[in-house]
Design a protein around this ligand. Structure first.
Ligand SMILES: Cc1ncc(COP(=O)(O)O)c(C=O)c1O
Length: 377
Protein backbone atom coordinates (compact mmCIF):
# COMPACT_ATOMS: atom_id res chain seq x y z
CA UNK A 1 0.00 0.00 0.00
CA UNK A 2 1.53 3.31 -1.10
CA UNK A 3 0.58 5.51 1.88
CA UNK A 4 2.77 8.62 1.72
CA UNK A 5 5.11 9.46 4.55
CA UNK A 6 4.72 12.75 6.42
CA UNK A 7 6.09 15.42 6.48
CA UNK A 8 6.58 16.09 2.77
CA UNK A 9 9.15 18.58 1.48
CA UNK A 10 10.32 19.55 -2.00
CA UNK A 11 12.91 21.79 -3.60
CA UNK A 12 10.72 24.75 -2.64
CA UNK A 13 11.61 24.34 1.05
CA UNK A 14 15.31 24.08 0.09
CA UNK A 15 15.08 27.18 -2.12
CA UNK A 16 13.51 29.30 0.63
CA UNK A 17 15.82 27.90 3.31
CA UNK A 18 18.81 28.84 1.16
CA UNK A 19 17.46 32.38 0.86
CA UNK A 20 17.24 32.67 4.64
CA UNK A 21 20.71 31.20 5.12
CA UNK A 22 22.17 33.66 2.63
CA UNK A 23 20.28 36.62 4.13
CA UNK A 24 22.37 36.49 7.31
CA UNK A 25 19.18 36.98 9.36
CA UNK A 26 18.22 33.57 10.65
CA UNK A 27 16.39 34.60 13.81
CA UNK A 28 12.92 35.72 14.72
CA UNK A 29 13.31 39.15 13.17
CA UNK A 30 13.98 37.69 9.71
CA UNK A 31 11.81 39.13 6.93
CA UNK A 32 10.65 35.57 6.31
CA UNK A 33 8.83 35.56 9.65
CA UNK A 34 6.95 38.70 8.62
CA UNK A 35 6.22 37.18 5.20
CA UNK A 36 4.86 34.05 6.83
CA UNK A 37 2.69 36.02 9.26
CA UNK A 38 1.22 38.11 6.43
CA UNK A 39 0.60 35.05 4.25
CA UNK A 40 -1.00 33.10 7.11
CA UNK A 41 -3.17 36.04 8.15
CA UNK A 42 -4.43 36.30 4.56
CA UNK A 43 -4.92 32.53 4.39
CA UNK A 44 -7.10 32.55 7.52
CA UNK A 45 -9.05 35.68 6.42
CA UNK A 46 -7.61 37.57 9.41
CA UNK A 47 -6.06 41.00 9.74
CA UNK A 48 -3.21 39.80 11.97
CA UNK A 49 -1.11 36.70 12.57
CA UNK A 50 1.52 36.36 15.30
CA UNK A 51 3.94 33.46 15.06
CA UNK A 52 5.36 31.63 18.08
CA UNK A 53 7.36 28.53 18.94
CA UNK A 54 4.41 26.15 19.10
CA UNK A 55 0.66 25.79 19.46
CA UNK A 56 0.87 25.51 23.24
CA UNK A 57 2.47 28.88 23.89
CA UNK A 58 0.08 30.51 21.39
CA UNK A 59 -2.79 29.43 23.67
CA UNK A 60 -0.93 30.72 26.74
CA UNK A 61 -0.28 34.04 24.98
CA UNK A 62 -3.94 34.38 24.00
CA UNK A 63 -5.11 33.70 27.57
CA UNK A 64 -2.54 36.08 29.06
CA UNK A 65 -3.47 38.78 26.57
CA UNK A 66 -7.11 38.69 27.65
CA UNK A 67 -6.02 38.83 31.30
CA UNK A 68 -6.98 35.31 32.36
CA UNK A 69 -5.33 34.73 35.74
CA UNK A 70 -5.52 32.68 38.96
CA UNK A 71 -9.10 32.36 40.21
CA UNK A 72 -10.52 32.41 36.67
CA UNK A 73 -12.06 29.45 34.86
CA UNK A 74 -11.75 28.51 31.20
CA UNK A 75 -14.04 25.99 29.53
CA UNK A 76 -12.29 23.32 27.46
CA UNK A 77 -13.43 20.04 25.93
CA UNK A 78 -12.61 16.84 27.82
CA UNK A 79 -11.18 15.42 24.59
CA UNK A 80 -8.19 17.18 23.08
CA UNK A 81 -4.43 17.13 23.19
CA UNK A 82 -3.30 18.22 26.66
CA UNK A 83 -2.13 21.69 25.54
CA UNK A 84 -5.70 23.00 25.38
CA UNK A 85 -5.98 22.56 29.15
CA UNK A 86 -2.32 22.90 30.06
CA UNK A 87 -2.21 26.44 28.67
CA UNK A 88 -5.07 27.36 31.02
CA UNK A 89 -3.19 25.87 33.98
CA UNK A 90 0.04 27.60 32.92
CA UNK A 91 -1.58 31.02 33.30
CA UNK A 92 -2.78 29.95 36.75
CA UNK A 93 -6.47 29.55 35.85
CA UNK A 94 -8.68 26.47 36.22
CA UNK A 95 -9.61 24.37 33.20
CA UNK A 96 -13.25 23.26 33.30
CA UNK A 97 -13.71 20.06 31.32
CA UNK A 98 -16.99 19.64 29.46
CA UNK A 99 -18.31 16.82 27.33
CA UNK A 100 -18.12 16.49 23.57
CA UNK A 101 -20.79 15.61 21.01
CA UNK A 102 -20.93 11.90 20.15
CA UNK A 103 -19.99 12.11 16.49
CA UNK A 104 -18.33 15.46 15.81
CA UNK A 105 -15.95 14.81 18.75
CA UNK A 106 -16.24 18.56 19.46
CA UNK A 107 -17.27 20.53 22.54
CA UNK A 108 -21.00 20.24 23.20
CA UNK A 109 -22.29 23.85 23.28
CA UNK A 110 -25.06 22.91 25.71
CA UNK A 111 -22.56 21.42 28.14
CA UNK A 112 -20.35 24.52 27.74
CA UNK A 113 -23.30 26.82 28.52
CA UNK A 114 -24.18 24.78 31.60
CA UNK A 115 -20.61 25.02 32.92
CA UNK A 116 -20.38 28.83 32.90
CA UNK A 117 -19.98 30.50 36.31
CA UNK A 118 -19.19 34.09 37.32
CA UNK A 119 -15.51 33.04 37.27
CA UNK A 120 -15.54 31.92 33.63
CA UNK A 121 -13.38 34.14 31.39
CA UNK A 122 -12.97 32.20 28.16
CA UNK A 123 -14.09 29.21 26.12
CA UNK A 124 -11.62 27.21 24.02
CA UNK A 125 -13.39 24.95 21.53
CA UNK A 126 -11.10 22.64 19.57
CA UNK A 127 -11.78 21.88 15.90
CA UNK A 128 -10.99 18.24 16.53
CA UNK A 129 -9.41 16.46 13.61
CA UNK A 130 -10.30 19.60 11.57
CA UNK A 131 -14.08 19.16 11.79
CA UNK A 132 -15.24 22.43 13.25
CA UNK A 133 -16.87 23.03 16.61
CA UNK A 134 -20.41 24.45 16.45
CA UNK A 135 -19.53 28.11 16.04
CA UNK A 136 -23.18 29.04 15.34
CA UNK A 137 -23.91 28.22 18.99
CA UNK A 138 -20.56 28.88 20.67
CA UNK A 139 -19.93 32.38 19.27
CA UNK A 140 -23.29 33.83 20.45
CA UNK A 141 -22.86 32.06 23.80
CA UNK A 142 -19.43 33.68 24.32
CA UNK A 143 -20.71 37.07 23.15
CA UNK A 144 -23.81 37.00 25.39
CA UNK A 145 -21.81 35.99 28.46
CA UNK A 146 -18.88 38.35 27.78
CA UNK A 147 -16.34 35.52 27.35
CA UNK A 148 -13.31 35.39 25.08
CA UNK A 149 -13.75 32.74 22.38
CA UNK A 150 -10.37 31.28 21.50
CA UNK A 151 -10.44 28.66 18.75
CA UNK A 152 -7.91 25.89 19.22
CA UNK A 153 -7.42 25.41 15.49
CA UNK A 154 -4.22 23.35 15.84
CA UNK A 155 -5.75 20.75 13.47
CA UNK A 156 -7.74 22.99 11.19
CA UNK A 157 -5.54 25.01 8.81
CA UNK A 158 -7.95 25.76 5.97
CA UNK A 159 -11.19 24.42 7.47
CA UNK A 160 -14.14 26.76 6.83
CA UNK A 161 -17.44 27.43 8.54
CA UNK A 162 -19.98 29.07 6.20
CA UNK A 163 -17.07 30.34 4.08
CA UNK A 164 -15.13 31.74 7.04
CA UNK A 165 -11.81 30.19 7.89
CA UNK A 166 -10.99 28.50 11.19
CA UNK A 167 -9.07 30.98 13.28
CA UNK A 168 -11.18 33.96 12.19
CA UNK A 169 -14.37 33.14 14.09
CA UNK A 170 -13.58 34.21 17.65
CA UNK A 171 -11.26 36.66 19.33
CA UNK A 172 -8.31 34.49 18.29
CA UNK A 173 -7.33 31.29 16.55
CA UNK A 174 -4.41 29.17 17.73
CA UNK A 175 -2.55 26.93 15.27
CA UNK A 176 0.17 24.31 15.64
CA UNK A 177 2.87 23.47 13.07
CA UNK A 178 4.21 20.48 15.03
CA UNK A 179 5.55 17.58 12.98
CA UNK A 180 2.25 15.75 12.40
CA UNK A 181 0.18 18.83 11.49
CA UNK A 182 -1.03 19.57 7.95
CA UNK A 183 1.65 22.22 7.58
CA UNK A 184 4.79 21.86 9.62
CA UNK A 185 8.29 23.02 10.34
CA UNK A 186 8.77 20.28 12.94
CA UNK A 187 7.58 22.77 15.56
CA UNK A 188 5.84 26.12 15.32
CA UNK A 189 2.64 27.94 16.11
CA UNK A 190 0.54 30.92 15.09
CA UNK A 191 -2.17 33.11 16.59
CA UNK A 192 -4.65 34.79 14.29
CA UNK A 193 -7.00 37.65 15.13
CA UNK A 194 -8.91 40.60 13.75
CA UNK A 195 -8.39 42.60 16.95
CA UNK A 196 -5.50 45.06 16.54
CA UNK A 197 -4.95 45.66 20.27
CA UNK A 198 -4.94 41.91 20.99
CA UNK A 199 -2.48 41.39 18.13
CA UNK A 200 -0.14 44.03 19.50
CA UNK A 201 -0.27 42.60 23.00
CA UNK A 202 0.33 39.00 21.94
CA UNK A 203 3.18 40.06 19.65
CA UNK A 204 4.76 41.81 22.63
CA UNK A 205 4.29 38.75 24.89
CA UNK A 206 6.01 36.64 22.23
CA UNK A 207 8.91 39.08 21.77
CA UNK A 208 10.15 39.75 25.30
CA UNK A 209 7.71 42.57 25.98
CA UNK A 210 8.92 44.76 23.12
CA UNK A 211 6.52 46.99 21.21
CA UNK A 212 6.11 46.66 17.44
CA UNK A 213 8.46 49.24 15.93
CA UNK A 214 9.94 49.98 19.37
CA UNK A 215 13.58 49.76 20.46
CA UNK A 216 15.43 46.48 20.92
CA UNK A 217 16.21 47.25 24.56
CA UNK A 218 12.78 48.62 25.48
CA UNK A 219 10.50 46.10 27.23
CA UNK A 220 6.97 46.98 28.29
CA UNK A 221 5.28 43.69 29.24
CA UNK A 222 6.28 40.53 31.08
CA UNK A 223 6.68 38.52 27.90
CA UNK A 224 9.19 35.88 26.96
CA UNK A 225 11.13 34.77 23.91
CA UNK A 226 8.67 32.63 21.95
CA UNK A 227 9.98 33.64 18.51
CA UNK A 228 10.22 31.17 15.64
CA UNK A 229 13.29 31.40 13.43
CA UNK A 230 13.53 32.57 9.84
CA UNK A 231 14.44 28.99 8.95
CA UNK A 232 11.12 27.70 10.32
CA UNK A 233 9.28 30.51 8.53
CA UNK A 234 10.90 29.53 5.22
CA UNK A 235 9.76 25.92 5.59
CA UNK A 236 6.28 27.03 6.63
CA UNK A 237 5.94 29.38 3.66
CA UNK A 238 6.65 26.46 1.34
CA UNK A 239 4.23 24.25 3.28
CA UNK A 240 1.52 26.92 3.12
CA UNK A 241 1.89 27.19 -0.65
CA UNK A 242 1.20 23.46 -0.94
CA UNK A 243 -1.56 23.28 1.68
CA UNK A 244 -4.64 24.22 -0.44
CA UNK A 245 -3.84 21.49 -2.96
CA UNK A 246 -3.20 18.94 -0.18
CA UNK A 247 -6.43 19.92 1.59
CA UNK A 248 -8.33 19.29 -1.65
CA UNK A 249 -6.64 15.94 -2.15
CA UNK A 250 -7.48 14.89 1.42
CA UNK A 251 -11.04 16.10 0.92
CA UNK A 252 -11.43 14.06 -2.30
CA UNK A 253 -9.97 10.94 -0.71
CA UNK A 254 -12.02 11.37 2.46
CA UNK A 255 -15.18 11.53 0.33
CA UNK A 256 -14.13 8.39 -1.52
CA UNK A 257 -13.37 6.52 1.70
CA UNK A 258 -16.60 7.62 3.32
CA UNK A 259 -18.60 6.49 0.30
CA UNK A 260 -16.93 3.06 0.38
CA UNK A 261 -17.52 2.76 4.12
CA UNK A 262 -21.10 4.00 4.31
CA UNK A 263 -23.46 1.51 5.96
CA UNK A 264 -20.83 -0.72 7.56
CA UNK A 265 -22.57 -2.15 10.64
CA UNK A 266 -21.08 -0.73 13.81
CA UNK A 267 -18.72 1.74 12.12
CA UNK A 268 -19.55 5.45 12.53
CA UNK A 269 -17.19 7.98 10.97
CA UNK A 270 -16.90 11.53 12.29
CA UNK A 271 -19.80 13.79 11.32
CA UNK A 272 -18.75 16.97 9.59
CA UNK A 273 -21.31 19.70 10.39
CA UNK A 274 -23.32 20.88 7.35
CA UNK A 275 -22.16 24.49 7.97
CA UNK A 276 -18.59 23.41 7.30
CA UNK A 277 -17.69 23.92 3.65
CA UNK A 278 -13.97 23.14 3.72
CA UNK A 279 -11.93 20.73 5.80
CA UNK A 280 -8.21 20.13 6.15
CA UNK A 281 -8.87 16.53 7.32
CA UNK A 282 -6.10 16.37 9.92
CA UNK A 283 -7.56 13.09 11.20
CA UNK A 284 -10.00 10.55 9.87
CA UNK A 285 -11.94 9.74 13.03
CA UNK A 286 -14.48 7.06 13.80
CA UNK A 287 -16.14 4.99 16.49
CA UNK A 288 -16.71 1.26 16.72
CA UNK A 289 -19.97 -0.10 18.12
CA UNK A 290 -18.63 -3.46 19.30
CA UNK A 291 -22.07 -5.06 19.63
CA UNK A 292 -23.06 -4.25 16.05
CA UNK A 293 -19.64 -4.87 14.52
CA UNK A 294 -18.98 -8.02 16.48
CA UNK A 295 -15.54 -6.86 17.57
CA UNK A 296 -14.05 -4.30 19.89
CA UNK A 297 -12.24 -1.13 18.89
CA UNK A 298 -8.97 -2.73 19.99
CA UNK A 299 -9.58 -5.77 17.78
CA UNK A 300 -10.49 -3.46 14.90
CA UNK A 301 -7.33 -1.42 15.52
CA UNK A 302 -5.11 -4.50 15.57
CA UNK A 303 -6.69 -5.85 12.39
CA UNK A 304 -6.16 -2.56 10.61
CA UNK A 305 -2.54 -2.04 11.66
CA UNK A 306 -1.77 -5.67 10.77
CA UNK A 307 -2.69 -4.71 7.20
CA UNK A 308 -0.25 -1.76 7.18
CA UNK A 309 -2.79 1.04 7.73
CA UNK A 310 -1.67 3.55 10.39
CA UNK A 311 -4.33 3.84 13.10
CA UNK A 312 -4.34 5.20 16.65
CA UNK A 313 -6.80 3.82 19.23
CA UNK A 314 -7.76 7.30 20.47
CA UNK A 315 -6.48 8.88 23.70
CA UNK A 316 -6.00 6.63 26.75
CA UNK A 317 -8.16 8.94 28.91
CA UNK A 318 -10.14 12.17 28.81
CA UNK A 319 -7.87 15.12 29.64
CA UNK A 320 -8.91 15.07 33.29
CA UNK A 321 -7.71 11.44 33.54
CA UNK A 322 -4.10 12.55 33.06
CA UNK A 323 -1.98 12.28 36.22
CA UNK A 324 -1.60 16.07 35.99
CA UNK A 325 -5.31 16.57 36.68
CA UNK A 326 -6.22 13.48 38.71
CA UNK A 327 -5.43 15.19 41.98
CA UNK A 328 -7.33 18.40 41.13
CA UNK A 329 -6.41 21.74 39.62
CA UNK A 330 -9.46 21.51 37.39
CA UNK A 331 -13.23 21.26 37.45
CA UNK A 332 -14.84 18.27 35.74
CA UNK A 333 -18.40 18.30 34.43
CA UNK A 334 -20.06 14.95 33.64
CA UNK A 335 -18.48 13.63 30.42
CA UNK A 336 -20.15 10.32 29.48
CA UNK A 337 -19.53 10.78 25.75
CA UNK A 338 -15.83 11.54 26.20
CA UNK A 339 -15.48 8.48 28.42
CA UNK A 340 -17.24 6.24 25.92
CA UNK A 341 -14.96 7.50 23.12
CA UNK A 342 -11.88 6.41 25.09
CA UNK A 343 -13.04 2.83 24.64
CA UNK A 344 -14.47 2.89 21.13
CA UNK A 345 -12.91 5.65 18.99
CA UNK A 346 -9.92 5.64 16.65
CA UNK A 347 -8.23 7.82 14.08
CA UNK A 348 -6.13 7.53 10.95
CA UNK A 349 -3.52 10.25 10.36
CA UNK A 350 -3.99 12.62 7.44
CA UNK A 351 -1.18 11.08 5.42
CA UNK A 352 -3.57 8.16 4.84
CA UNK A 353 -5.61 10.64 2.76
CA UNK A 354 -2.69 11.87 0.67
CA UNK A 355 -2.32 8.87 -1.63
CA UNK A 356 -3.95 8.29 -5.02
CA UNK A 357 -7.48 6.93 -5.55
CA UNK A 358 -6.19 3.36 -5.77
CA UNK A 359 -4.42 3.63 -2.40
CA UNK A 360 -7.56 5.16 -0.91
CA UNK A 361 -9.63 2.22 -2.16
CA UNK A 362 -7.06 -0.16 -0.69
CA UNK A 363 -7.36 1.60 2.67
CA UNK A 364 -11.15 1.36 2.46
CA UNK A 365 -10.75 -2.36 1.69
CA UNK A 366 -8.47 -2.80 4.72
CA UNK A 367 -10.98 -1.01 6.95
CA UNK A 368 -13.81 -3.19 5.63
CA UNK A 369 -11.73 -6.27 6.29
CA UNK A 370 -10.92 -5.05 9.82
CA UNK A 371 -14.67 -4.57 10.36
CA UNK A 372 -15.99 -7.73 8.79
CA UNK A 373 -13.53 -10.55 9.08
CA UNK A 374 -13.12 -12.37 12.35
CA UNK A 375 -9.80 -11.24 13.69
CA UNK A 376 -7.60 -14.00 15.06
CA UNK A 377 -4.75 -13.14 17.39
C1 LIG B 1 -5.71 20.35 19.75
C2 LIG B 1 -4.29 20.74 19.97
N1 LIG B 1 -4.03 21.91 20.60
C3 LIG B 1 -2.77 22.32 20.82
C4 LIG B 1 -1.70 21.58 20.43
C5 LIG B 1 -0.32 22.03 20.79
O1 LIG B 1 0.49 22.25 19.73
P1 LIG B 1 2.08 22.15 19.86
O2 LIG B 1 2.42 20.69 19.84
O3 LIG B 1 2.53 22.89 18.63
O4 LIG B 1 2.48 22.81 21.11
C6 LIG B 1 -1.90 20.35 19.76
C7 LIG B 1 -0.75 19.56 19.32
O5 LIG B 1 -0.76 18.45 18.95
C8 LIG B 1 -3.23 19.93 19.54
O6 LIG B 1 -3.49 18.76 18.94
Amino acid sequence: MQIPNWPISTDRELELLREVLESGRWGGHSDFVKRLERAFADFTHCAHAISAMNGTVTLEMALSAVGVCPGDEVIVPAISFVSTAMAVSRVGATPVFVDIEPLTFNMDPERAAAAITPRTKAIIPVHFGAAMADIDRLAPLAAERGLALIEDAAHAQGSEWRGRRAGSLGLAGSFSFQNSKVMTAGEGGMLTTNDAAFAERTWSLMDQGRQPGGGWFHHYLLGSNYRITGLQAAVLLAQLERLPEQNLLRTRNAALLRAELADVPGLALQTVPPQQNANSWYLLLGRVDARRMGRTRDEFHRALTAQGVPCTPFYPHPLYGNPLYREGGCRVEPCPVAEACIGDAFWLPHRALLGDAETTREIAGAILKACNEVFAL
